[in-house]
Design a protein around this ligand. Structure first.
Ligand code: AHR
Length: 525
């Protein structure tokens, strides 16, 4: 056998190949993932995919509500393009009117003929005039149009127990009371279904700067007077902590004693992800480097510590699991857009936001036993939005697409997964998990698998097998893009959107390749 002399070009190619092989450390090893389909866990509450609309910036006015006389095509005042996109998203729950705005909102301002409603200053958000065109009827009709559970946040900060009690009566009373008649005169014959009602918002801050023990006393007092018909009882929510706090869970679960006239079903917590971790300078929504990408993902993953710390308190004070851990505000919060009113909290939304969303979904699934609700802030034009509008124009954000990919997980049953060769994503001497996964059996009986690759530099090869079954066919969708801050604009509204992924099925095993910085959802038959 003779050996052909090695040409310099061939030598270079061989050397590069060897280098590439050497540069493929453990990270490139194929990851083995086993879905334990025979040991189902908790059910993922559909309301983990909840949405939030507040009287803030262009979140409601322009974003959803344009009024019946607008040139923007609308249905009874709601813009048609936004309504259609939200219906497609299958929004399970809608929270309103705040946020901080809730504790300055007096519900009687927002009923009756619109041209007679009072004008107020929105002191929380930009000092703009609030003309109350969007009120109780407009919100509850919207929730009905979308088929979403209605979550109303009551005013504890500046309202009285009587005002709160009367609001709930106005919404739910089916008899001949003066408030039920008033609602009928205002155009709504039947009561609305009220699914959730909260006593105040962020009581530790904009809701009144209270101490936990003082809030607990107020919760007991106000909640005692929230009465509704037997078949229309809202789940009652206390306002909890944020960031790393556990003292609110501690105080509420040891200080609220539900009885025949007082209920508590869940505690609402807030967790915002900021690239810097600071409130003063949070970091830009676009044009960031890998350090900011990494820091954002690391900070968002820390919500798991927050959930775990509060679950430990609940396990002690509520061993029967009666109280839900509701994350009723979460999402990214960046520096304000240049040129926009900083009080409007408008921000662009990039592939990074979609990755943040999917990482959070997987964590919520993991804690489905307690996390029965999660509400992203906010639905349109505010913070980590699904939809951005500019007058008559509208676009869907990467976060919208992440929610859309995860629709089959609403109401699904979690399934444990085992991972071997689990990779890390390392940056600048620090590491976070290099793959996040969640598996569940959806309400139609199909297996669903969600995978997130947070690493912007490396793909992931994953072999998936099903314990207690065999995969025969699978369909995937994947969301990724070239740039870390890839985003949609009104000029290019489809720059970031999911595409179909052809799953390779070999002898009952799925062979997947996740591109760098991607979210993939696979349905397995
Ligand atoms: O979502 C924006 C604001 O963030 C809410 O009004 C408040 O509850 C939180 O601080």
């Amino acid at each position: 056998m003779t050996h052909a002399p090695t040409s310099p070009r061939r030598w270079l190619a061989t050397a590069l190949l060897s280098l590439a092989v050497l540069a493929l450390p453990a990270q490139a090893a194929e990851i083995e993932l086993v879905i334990e389909a025979d040991t189902p866990g908790a059910t993922i509450h559909k309301n983990v995919y909840g949405q939030f609309v507040e009287h803030l910036g262009r979140g409601i006015y322009e974003g959803i509500w344009v009024g019946e006389d607008s040139d923007i095509p609308n249905t009874r005042g709601y813009r048609n393009d936004v309504l259609a996109a939200l219906k497609e998203l299958q929004v399970p729950l809608l929270r309103w009117p705040g946020g901080c705005f809730a504790d300055q909102y007096h519900w009687r301002d927002g009923i009756g003929p619109r041209d007679e409603r009072p004008k107020r200053v929105n002191t929380n958000w930009g000092g703009v005039i609030e003309d109350n065109a969007f009120g109780t009827h407009e919100f509850l009709d919207l929730a009905e149009l979308l088929g979403a559970d209605a979550y109303v946040n009551g005013n504890l900060g500046t309202g009285s127990p009587r005002e709160m009690a009367e609001w709930v009566e106005y919404i739910t009373a089916d008899g001949g009371s003066t408030l039920a008649e008033l609602r009928r005169r205002n155009g709504r014959a039947e009561p609305w279904r009220l699914h959730y009602f909260a006593i105040g918002n962020e009581a530790w801050g904009c809701g009144g700067n209270m101490r936990p023990a003082y809030y607990v006393d107020l919760y007991n007092r106000y909640a005692s007077f929230v009465k509704a018909p037997e078949d229309n009882q809202p789940r009652m929510i206390a306002s909890g902590g944020h960031g790393e706090m556990t003292e609110w869970t501690e105080a509420i679960t040891s200080g609220v004693e539900p009885n025949w006239s007082l209920r508590l079903d869940g505690i609402g917590h807030h967790y915002y992800t900021r690239p810097t971790g600071e409130w003063e300078t949070k970091g830009p929504a676009l044009g960031f480097d890998e350090a900011a990408w990494f820091a954002t993902l690391r900070q968002t993953l820390q919500i798991e510590d927050y959930i775990a710390a509060n679950k430990a308190v609940l396990a002690r004070n509520d061993p029967d699991g009666d109280y839900g851990f509701y994350v009723d505000e979460w999402g990214t919060w960046y520096d304000p857009e240049e040129g926009d009113d900083p009080g409007f909290l408008f921000q662009q939304n990039s592939l990074r936001d979609a990755i943040v969303a999917a990482l959070n979904f997987n964590i919520f699934h993991e804690h489905a036993d307690r996390v029965h609700m999660a509400v992203i802030a906010q639905m349109v034009n505010v913070l980590q939005a699904m939809i951005l509008t500019d007058k008559e124009k509208m676009l869907l954000t990467p976060t919208y697409h992440a929610f859309h990919l995860y629709r089959p997980f609403q109401g699904a049953t979690t399934l444990p997964v085992r991972l071997s060769n689990a990779p890390e994503y390392r940056h600048d001497g620090q590491a976070i998990p290099g793959l996040s996964v969640s598996a569940a059996r959806d309400t139609s009986g199909n297996l669903q698998l969600a995978l997130v690759n947070p690493d912007p530099n490396a793909a992931r090869q994953v072999r998936v097998s099903v314990q207690g079954g065999e995969a025969t066919r699978a369909r995937g969708r994947v969301l990724t893009a070239e740039a870390m801050d890839a985003h949609n604009t009104f000029g290019q509204p489809e720059a970031v959107r999911p595409s179909d992924y052809a799953v390779d099925v070999r002898d009952g095993t799925l062979v997947l390749e996740l591109p760098p910085k991607s979210v993939m959802v696979v349905a397995v038959d």
